[in-house]
Ligand binder design. Structure first.
Ligand SMILES: C[S@@+](CC[C@H](N)C(=O)[O-])C[C@H]1O[C@@H](n2cnc3c(N)ncnc32)[C@H](O)[C@@H]1O
Ligand SMILES: *[C@@H]1O[C@H](CO)[C@@H](O)[C@H](O)[C@H]1NC(C)=O
Ligand SMILES: *[C@@H]1O[C@H](CO)[C@@H](O)[C@H](O)[C@H]1NC(C)=O
Length: 256
């Protein structure tokens, strides 16, 4: 199979998994916008089908598991990527032999670590966030997993970091990007990532269903930013796409 076919087959498999959504049991403390999404953080206790899915498919690296448990102690833990979604991203990264990855929105670094584990020894994950305190929670785990050297943490607005990468002549050199930071800048992150990613590379965009709010955006700026990008990507002839209902919804963009 050529890589396009393989990506499609994997996408269809993931779609099957994504259809099985469960109840989340987390706290609503940090952001109500995350509260309507179905997260598997605590192992989906109380949702037998989601529990079954995780028990029969989650193969979490022991240090990723430790970091997930540690992050669950944080009030903002609903921001953490869903573990089964992260596993999909790692499989996709491996499938396309990703070496250079961009993570936009690190939080405590679950997916940053996940990606660092997925890329080869000489791979690199440029990890963008504005909050050092969150990243500091993850750092010891990156070290414990022995992949700290692959992670290039940049604490400043992700937009600035992406501009720096472009100015450094790194356009079309990245293999994979995960967009998961402030929703207002989603459109900007998408365009800059599209410049930085090579042909055949993948951009994954998180929270594209935004807890169902995309059905009635009203005047909410975050929701409108997400729906605007969803519509833009749907019409974008530069890419192939798949929108999955896994976790809070993720769109996979394959650059042509
Ligand atoms: C949903 S969390 C990221 C979750 C993460 N991908 C994971 O694996 O768990 C969003 C993060 O985006 C960060 N953020 C918010 N605005 C940002 C900006 N302008 N530039 C970079 N990061 C930003 C927040 O500090 C927060 O840590
Ligand atoms: C989350 O799961 C509940 C119960 O299975 C369901 O009613 C709800 O629609 C789901 N929400 C999303 C955003 O998928
Ligand atoms: C991918 O995009 C190309 C160009 O628009 C199109 O011809 C092809 O059918 C698309 N493939 C899929 C699986 O959507």
């Amino acid at each position: 199979m050529d890589s396009g076919r393989r990506e499609m087959v994997l996408g269809v498999t993931a779609l099957g998994a994504g259809l099985v959504v469960g109840v989340w049991l987390g706290k609503k403390l940090f952001s109500h916008r995350y509260s309507r999404s179905n997260k598997s953080h605590g192992g989906a206790k109380g949702d037998p089908l989601m529990e079954y899915l995780l028990q029969n498919s989650l193969r979490e690296h022991p240090v990723l598991k430790k970091l997930r448990k540690r992050t669950l102690k944080e009030p903002g833990n609903l921001m953490m990527v869903a573990c089964e979604e992260a596993q999909l991203l790692a499989n996709l990264a491996k499938l396309i032999k990703a070496k250079k990855v961009i993570e936009i929105g690190v939080y405590t670094g679950y997916n940053t670590l996940n990606m660092a584990l997925a890329v080869p020894a000489d791979g690199r994950v440029v990890a963008c966030d504005i909050n050092m305190d969150f990243a500091n929670i993850g750092k010891p785990f990156w070290k414990e997993a022995g992949v700290e050297h692959k992670i290039d943490l940049r604490i400043k607005s992700a937009s600035e970091t992406l501009d720096e990468l472009l100015q450094a002549g790194e356009a079309e050199t990245y293999d994979f990007a995960f967009i998961d930071a402030d929703k207002l800048n989603y459109g900007l992150y998408y365009e800059k990532c599209l410049q930085l990613i090579r042909k055949g590379g993948i951009i994954a965009i998180d929270n594209v269903l935004w807890g169902g709010n995309v059905l009635s955006p009203g005047n909410d700026a975050d929701t409108l930013s997400i729906t605007k990008l969803n519509e833009r990507i749907y019409r974008d002839s530069r890419v192939n796409i798949t929108m999955l209902s896994i976790a809070d919804g993720v769109t996979l963009v394959f650059k042509l």
